[in-house]
Design a protein around this ligand. Sequence first.
Ligand code: SF4
Length: 77
Amino acid sequence: MSAAPVAVTVDQARCIGSGLCARTAPDALTLAPNGRATPVHPTTAPSDDLTEAAEMCPVEAIAVRNPTTGELLAPVW
Ligand code: SF4
């Protein structure tokens, strides 16, 4: 049984375009032509790489949520 998908968002106003997340979780996050990160898909399979990317973002621009409840899954400290 596969894990339930998660919703991924990137706050474009916060993102500084470091590219860290796209290198850490290339299946889920990519750099857009405007130099800001963007989700590859609005919902995706959960993964350790995606969690790590959300936790490594230097400006906490990435949010990984339960798409049904909105619960924040990453980053969590
Ligand atoms: S790690 Fe954060 S600041 Fe860097 S590109 Fe990704 S979302 Fe933007």
